[in-house]
Ligand binder design. Structure first.
Ligand code: FAD
Length: 540
């Protein structure tokens, strides 16, 4: 198979133009192109006011691939295609003596469990939250009625933190084994649109994601796996050599296994504390805090796509911004949601935290993103392993009080924030946050070095995207759960905890992923490590 990259075609090209372009580029006779598929499609918007083009990577078969590759030997855009198929690393023996446990059913736990189930290892999944249907009701309880369910919300429940999200499915992680491709394939098999396999910035959106996750759960069960909702793990059982022997649940149940995947997400603070008490090796790690910003989506579309703004092939535009502030801090946009809404994302009483989500259509009025500042343990929370968690908790409590102590979020207009005065009235931009916002002075919400850095960054961002710093854009606070404030460090080879045998820290909460796709990839990696270790221990 051959990989042909950097093949450009106009945005509005007819479908068969792609085949013609391949034939022409490789100087083939048409019938010698046996088949092809699009591996990736991105667009080049550098000339947004003259011509935006699609840029393709194509995988193809010809009647004589070797001859074609020899002819284009010096052409960096014509190479042998890598093997992108997934090949399971193990098959469970018929006399499987031990079922692995997976804690957490977010994207990481989901892919760990699915991969284990597909290899025949019949995992038991323990998830503290409820299934998608019940969880959706509980989550809307906060957004509509100010009522939080601390075990079933935006962070906890089937699908994990990625369920009520923009469903962006791209990541910067290195993926030499194309595990990301397996993640996408499984999503498509479970009902996601097939375009996620090839568009450069795929997304599913909340509504579709809920159906996809429920379908994948069914497959795990059909393959002999088990998924227990409302099953919070509150204890880790260890032998005298710090080897895991099982877990204890909040209702007193004990389950035994010497292989436990820990796919907790970044919000399971109570579980982090339990693990710390059990002497599992944990270290603090950098994360970021800040606010959500909202603008009209049309402003972003115009700035990014010029005369192509609103083109149906391009959809709602996104952005990525970074500014290095004079006080040494990096300010950057995070988890940008085109055509989406800002959501209440707390899992704890008396705390407020924001995030963003969208539907597949991305056709809400506003664009939003986190505008966050990187912080690190050495400089900002040196007090101990869990000091980053404590900092998040303190700030989220302040935000709750500033918002009026009923889960409304504190908010301010960008113009007022830059001037340093409390906001009293909205402009044209309508905030989307539910259950509502409380206008105030956000300078009281975060440490002064963060306020300073964001104040400096917004006008700088306004130079890159005209109108980004318009007076009536809205800042809503606060964004604290950008990633995990800890790493549950694991050995690079075995993927087991540095000091606790049989424990496989994985995904975002353990500090090994940052997003749906990378969490799914990490779940697959860890499933393989668990499967191989079980086979080794059974001498199979
Ligand atoms: P999680 O998804 O957090 O899952 C962990 C699971 O473990 C949870 O379901 C939790 O209930 C369970 N759990 C925790 N403790 C216990 C316990 N003691 N016992 C049993 N179960 C437990 N990422 C993207 O890539 N694209 C996006 O568009 C995007 N948008 C987002 C929007 C929102 C509103 C949020 C909150 C996040 C978004 N993210 C997005 C981030 C993404 O959701 C996370 O990176 C991803 O879900 C991490 O996956 P995970 O499986 O590691 O952890």
């Amino acid at each position: 198979m051959i990989r042909l990259s950097e093949l450009s075609l106009p945005l509005d090209h007819p479908e068969d133009a792609l085949r013609d372009a391949i034939v022409q580029r490789l100087n083939l006779v048409d019938e010698n192109l046996l088949d092809f598929f699009v591996f990736k499609r991105s667009y080049d918007a550098r000339k947004k006011n003259t011509e935006i083009t699609f840029v393709y990577i194509i995988h193809l078969h010809t009647s004589d691939d070797d001859a074609v590759l020899a002819r284009f030997e010096d052409d960096v855009h014509v190479k042998a295609a890598p093997d992108i198929d997934y090949h399971p690393v193990a098959q469970a023996p018929a006399d499987l003596m031990e079922r692995p446990i997976v804690i957490g059913f977010g994207p990481c736990g989901l892919f760990a469990a699915l991969t284990l189930a597909q290899m025949g290892f019949k995992p038991i999944v323990l998830e503290r939250g409820r299934n998608v249907r019940q969880r959706t009701k509980d989550t809307w309880g906060l957004w509509r009625n100010h009522k939080l369910n601390t075990e079933s919300n935006v962070q906890y429940g089937e699908g994990g933190a990625g369920l009520f999200s923009d469903g962006k499915l791209y990541s910067q992680v290195k993926d030499p084994k194309f595990y990301g491709r397996k993640v996408m394939h499984e999503f498509v098999r479970a009902g996601a649109p097939s375009e996620i396999l090839y568009v450069s910035k795929p997304h599913i959106g909340t509504f579709r994601l809920t159906g996809v996750v429920a379908k994948m759960r069914e497959e795990i069960i059909e393959l002999g796996g088990e998924i227990r909702f409302e099953s919070k793990v509150t204890d880790l059982m260890l032998d005298d050599h710090q080897q895991v022997t099982g877990v204890g649940l909040a209702d007193g149940t004990e389950l035994h296994s010497r292989h436990v995947v820990l796919a907790l997400g970044h919000s399971a603070r109570d579980t982090f504390r339990m693990l710390h008490k059990k002497d599992v090796f944990i270290e603090p790690k950098p994360f970021a805090i800040g606010f959500r910003i909202e603008h009209p989506q049309s402003l972003i579309d115009r700035a990014r796509l010029g005369k192509y703004a609103g083109h149906p092939e391009l959809g709602a535009a996104d952005y990525k911004l970074i500014h290095h502030a004079k006080n040494g801090r990096a300010v950057y946009s995070f988890c940008m949601c085109p055509g989406g809404t800002v959501v209440a994302a707390t899992s704890e009483e008396g705390r407020v935290v924001t995030n963003g989500m969208s539907q597949y259509s991305r056709n809400e009025r506003n664009a939003n993103s986190g505008i966050v500042v990187g912080i690190n343990p050495e400089q900002d929370y040196p007090e101990g392993v869990l000091a980053g968690v404590e900092l998040q908790e303190r700030l989220e409590e302040v935000a709750y009080k500033l918002g009026g102590s009923d889960y409304k979020a504190p908010a301010q207009l960008v113009g007022d924030f830059i001037k340093g005065q409390a906001s009293t009235q909205l402009g044209e931009v309508e905030p989307s946050y539910k259950p509502g916002i409380q206008l105030c002075d956000l300078a009281d919400a975060l440490p002064s070095f963060i306020i300073e850095a964001v104040r400096e960054a917004l006008p700088a961002f306004g130079k890159k995207i005209r109108g980004f710093d318009r007076d009536d854009a809205i800042l809503t606070g606060i964004e604290t759960r950008t990633s995990s404030p800890i790493r549950i460090t694991r050995d690079n080879q075995t993927l087991q905890s540095l000091n606790t045998q049989g424990l496989y820290p994985a995904g975002e909460g353990a500090g090994y992923a940052g997003g749906i796709l990378s969490a799914g990839i990490d779940g697959i990696k860890v499933a393989e490590a668990v499967a191989l270790d079980i086979l080794k221990q059974q001498g199979a």
